[in-house]
Write a protein that binds this ligand. Structure first.
Ligand code: ZN
Ligand code: ZN
Length: 146
């Protein structure tokens, strides 16, 4: 956990958040689900469950066996992706909810092999393919059975 607390809000202001990021970093996901959900890449800040404080009308939906996604029930703003695997649980909170996305740098892109050809983020950073990400999720699942 970092020592930075960020406060943010959805488009209409009905949902407000205060988070303490795990690290001062932005991550982007190019998977098809994130692209349908956000319109393009989902840029997010990782937050531990105990470091997310939220008020307002939040709705969520399971998007896979291991995650759910939440939005403001008033305006539809993307709020977070929640990895629900016990022991590995965290929130990937939408960076767009925070002023200047917290001032953080983009340090990782995942599902890079699912990114459309027509755009890319400038610069170099850690990248992971769909296969690499899902192997990591599978290892979380194995840990859970012990
Ligand atoms: Zn809203
Ligand atoms: Zn994704």
């Amino acid at each position: 956990m970092s020592d930075t607390t960020l406060t943010g809000q959805c488009m209409c202001g009905a949902v407000t958040l205060a988070v303490t990021p795990k690290a001062p970093e932005l991550h982007a996901c190019h998977c098809e689900t994130c692209r349908r959900w956000t319109g393009s890449a989902f840029v997010e800040i990782d937050v531990a469950p105990e470091d997310l404080k939220v008020e307002g009308p939040v709705k969520s939906r399971a998007s896979s066996d291991w995650a759910e996604r939440a939005w403001c029930d008033e305006c539809g703003s993307t709020l977070w992706y929640h990895l629900t695997v016990p022991g590995s649980e965290f929130y990937a909170v939408s960076a767009g909810l925070f002023e200047n996305s917290g001032g953080f740098e983009l340090t990782k892109e995942i599902y890079i092999d699912r990114k459309p050809d027509g755009y890319r983020f400038a610069g170099k950073r850690k990248i992971m393919t769909k296969h690499e990400v899902e192997a990591l999720f599978a290892s979380f699942g194995e840990g859970d059975q012990q």
